[in-house]
Design a protein around this ligand. Structure first.
Ligand SMILES: Nc1ncnc2c1ncn2[C@@H]1O[C@H](COP(=O)(O)OP(=O)(O)OP(=O)(O)O)[C@@H](O)[C@H]1O
Ligand SMILES: [Mg+2]
Length: 353
């Protein structure tokens, strides 16, 4: 019996040390009796500091809803597969948590345990699948309806232009002003439909070898113009001769315009937008970095900015970045974003042969 108990104790010790699970053992005073190494690592706790401390004290800095462990588990509340996020040193973990009480032979509660798994990788895979599902669905809807929207728009636009002419001839200034507004709005719808079409299947794409610098130089006046309107100073640091990449120049222009426009729009009180080029010879990638001095992207939004229709702007469609990502994926590249409190950097990486 004693030998068995020893074995059990040894197992418990080894288990808490080696197992890739978060484990908390708690007594009836809501104090931590033991904790596994993985739990310390993921939660950023130091075992010596937290042992025998009350759980309330350990999580004192966190608001109640973010604490991993609640006092009511000692009242017999059973938790199974409870999903929750945990952020520690800029890393976000997705955890799946179970907990239950421990009872002695007389059925009295003597403590409780909490076990959690780190399912971060699984969750991000799931999100990726969902994202591409959503993109595929939008593509189908777009292909099916874009033409049906465009055709009637074309005739409305034609008749409105005629109407405007008649109104102008008759000197009806105010009324012809209304038609101008209507025509402007129709153009907006047209642009939206075009973006939809691009999202589903880009038309007339011609891939050829091109110099990214040349593409950026061609759109630089447009970026500069937009920047001036927002009191933003743009700088383009060309790196000299870049290796040629295989891409469609019109689509690339759209990518850089979208990202620069986002940066400029983020800097409401002016600021700087800097474009730099770097060649990664080892990976054979041309990296274009677009850095702004705006407010940055909050943690909660950073996972969502590439989702279609995610926008924080009153006038935004939320399609800009999802289209950029689609275009760059199609040439085998990637878009990365980093934003830590102040400023945002988008890096567009395109492979070269
Ligand atoms: N440089 C940036 N700084 C801060 N936030 C940004 C930046 N770039 C993108 N975002 C955030 O990402 C969101 C999505 O961007 P996206 O380009 O997809 O759509 P949008 O700009 O809102 O709309 P649209 O592109 O149609 O005008 C923005 O609403 C904004 O919240
Ligand atoms: Mg945008």
């Amino acid at each position: 019996m004693q030998r068995q108990l020893n074995l059990l104790q040894q197992f418990a010790g080894a288990f808490l040390k080696d197992v890739n699970l978060g484990v908390f053992l708690i007594n009836t005073n809501f104090e931590l009796v033991d904790i596994s190494e993985m739990a310390c690592r993921v939660l950023g706790l130091n075992k010596e500091e937290v042992m025998n401390q009350s759980i309330e004290q350990i999580f004192a800095k966190l608001p109640a809803q973010h604490r991993l462990v609640h006092r009511n588990i000692l009242e017999g509340m059973v938790v199974r597969n409870h999903a929750l996020s945990w952020t520690n040193n800029q890393e976000r973990y997705e955890l799946l948590l179970d907990s239950n009480v421990l009872r002695d032979d007389d059925n009295n509660i003597v403590g409780a345990y909490i076990i959690f798994k780190d399912v971060t990788n699984l969750r991000s895979l799931e999100e990726q699948v969902q994202r591409s599902d959503r993109l595929a669905m939008i593509g189908q809807i777009a292909a099916g309806t874009a033409h049906e929207i465009r055709n009637p728009l074309t005739s409305i636009k034609g008749f409105l232009q005629m109407l405007r002419k008649t109104l102008q001839v008759q000197g009806m200034e105010k009324e012809s002003g209304f038609t101008d507004i209507m025509l402007g709005e129709i153009n907006r719808i047209n642009e939206l439909v075009n973006e939809f079409l691009l999202l589903s299947k880009p038309k007339n794409v011609t891939y050829h070898a091109l110099d990214i610098s040349k593409v950026i130089k061609e759109i630089f006046p447009i970026i500069n113009n937009e920047a001036t309107l927002h009191s933003v100073v743009v700088r383009y640091e060309a790196a000299g001769q870049l290796p040629q990449v295989i891409a469609d120049s019109e689509l690339l222009k759209q990518v850089f315009l979208n990202i620069c426009k986002n940066g400029i729009e983020a800097m409401v009180d002016g600021g700087h937008l800097v474009l730099t080029e770097r060649v990664d010879v080892e990976e054979r990638i041309v990296n274009i970095e677009i850095r702004d001095t705006g407010p940055g992207i909050p943690m909660f939004a950073i996972d969502k900015i590439f989702d279609p229709f995610f926008t924080t702007k009153d006038e935004g469609t939320g399609l800009g970045l999802s289209i950029c990502q689609r275009i760059i994926h199609d040439v085998g590249g990637h878009i990365r974003v980093s934003s830590k409190g102040f400023g945002t950097t988008f890096t567009v990486g395109i492979p070269y042969p």
